[in-house]
Design a protein. Structure first.
Ligand code: 4AD
Ligand code: MG
Length: 424
């Protein structure tokens, strides 16, 4: 008999169905065995009452894999609103004693992540994550951007020296990419509007609820674009992600106990303030951070706390910005950049116009103590047909951490990597 997914089987009444999956719950009561089976679409209670099947059913353990067949009947009390009276069971494997029981520590659950990700909330998150990734591709392509894959191995530690993973590459050194930006700034001379969805690696020993050493970054770069354009495109991306999650993942939001109304509120334009205004707000709230210092998690969360959608903070002091960010024409002390700060998470997206002038960028590089030889190939983008351009990087996990109201970034990543964890 044809296999149905549980979601569909639950909708039938009085007919035979065959489903397959894993044992989500099993208990024996008054001569019957109640097996709750889960597949990717949901859970269904299957009641074994047939004497011939009972011995087989009694053998089945939590997380065993199986197929069950029987008549489905509507039943308000059953999970999903229907129940199966089982007439056939085919066991694929009787699971060994599952190591996860109730009330185990987070560290233990991370040790067995390959097993703990079977939990229903994690399944829901993985499905939403898939929707979100696809939505980002879909939206940015609709805006005329080309997907380009940058290398993950790089010959020079370009962005932040201390935070780069170094590895032996035959008889020389290579580095894991921290961002595709240097490649993108050259690619725009070929295809003008480019994007990538790539892993980024940071050898940071930050043990916080929003840092991982490996994360997926959605990066966008466009020739002829300015900050306004990047604000518009990045807002568009987040609004589209929210719209698609609402369209495709209402049941998953319910599993996670999330109110869809919150996602409905993600609409452009997002609120906007300058770094200077942000400092004033922080001071009013009792913070002592001096002007000219970059925000940490505490400041970012304080600023974002008044909003339900991300806050755009523009024009940070040039001095504390990366060398490639372009200074504001009217006030060169500030940069033409912005960060998006999301409630409870802080920075989720980092964007700027890039300095197109070779002399200006060289002088900034020198000031930052960078080795000009190492980035010489990158500077060719400024030597041969330099153009105004801008781009951004969005941390996919941080975006999801905010949208799905998770306390910790590990909750939205299947196999998160931290300074003290690269397994399983
Ligand atoms: O702010 P970052 O470091 O910016 C760049 O790398 C730029 N070159 C991007 C660009 O313009 N193409 O990183 C961008 C985003 C951050 O806003 C944050 O959301 C995320 O990447 N991010 C991290 N997410 C998780 N763990 C970490 N350790 C992260 N570091 C950055
Ligand atoms: Mg940043």
């Amino acid at each position: 008999m044809k296999i149905s997914q549980i979601e569909k089987a639950l909708k039938t009444d009085g007919k035979k169905e065959r489903i397959r999956g894993w044992v989500y719950r099993i208990r024996k009561m008054s001569g019957k065995v109640f097996i709750v089976v889960r597949d990717v679409t949901g859970i269904m209670q299957c009641v074994v009452a047939d004497e011939k099947l009972i011995p087989k059913a009694e053998n089945i353990t939590f997380e065993s894999s199986l197929e069950v067949e029987g008549t489905v009947k509507k039943d308000e009390r059953a999970p999903g609103g229907a129940e199966m009276q089982v007439t056939d069971i085919k066991v694929h494997q009787i699971a060994e004693r599952f190591p996860i029981t109730k009330d185990q520590s987070t560290e233990f659950l991370m040790d067995v992540r390959h097993l703990s990700l079977r939990k229903r909330d994690m399944t829901a998150i993985l499905k939403i994550r898939s929707t979100a990734l696809f939505a980002l591709h879909e939206y940015i392509r609709s805006q005329g951007y080309y997907e380009v894959d940058p290398p993950m191995l790089s010959g020079a530690a370009s962005e932040g020296g201390a935070e780069v993973f170094e590895l032996d590459y035959f008889d020389t050194k290579a580095y894991l990419t921290q961002s595709w930006q240097f490649y993108a700034e050259n690619l725009i001379h070929a295809v003008e509007k480019v994007y990538g969805m790539n892993p980024a690696f940071r050898a940071e020993k930050s043990n916080t609820n929003r840092h991982v050493t490996e994360f997926w970054m959605f990066e966008v770069e466009a020739a002829w674009a300015d900050l306004e354009e990047m604000i518009k495109i990045s807002e568009g991306c987040l609004c589209h992600v929210a719209k698609k999650i609402l369209e495709k993942n209402k049941p998953e939001l319910e599993v996670l106990g999330l109110d869809p109304k919150k996602l409905e509120k993600i609409k452009a334009p997002f609120p906007r303030i300058t770094y200077k205004e942000a400092i004033e707000i922080l001071h009013k709230n009792g913070s002592k951070i001096p002007y000219g210092v970059d925000f940490g998690a505490a400041e970012e969360k304080m600023l974002a706390a008044d909003y339900e959608i991300p806050l755009i903070v523009t024009n940070y002091p040039s001095e504390i910005m990366a060398f490639y960010k372009k200074d504001n024409e009217e006030d060169p002390k500030v940069s033409n950049n912005f960060n998006m700060l999301a409630p409870n998470v802080g920075e989720i997206l980092d964007s700027s116009e890039r300095e197109p002038d070779i002399e200006k960028i060289k002088s900034k590089l020198k000031k930052a103590g960078k080795n000009l030889n190492e980035v010489d190939w990158y500077l060719d983008s400024r030597r041969y047909g330099s153009v105004p351009h801008a781009g951004f990087g969005l941390g996919v996990a941080r975006m999801l951490q905010w949208m799905l109201e998770r306390d910790h970034i590990r909750d939205v990543i299947p196999f998160p990597r931290f300074p003290n964890r690269v397994k399983p």
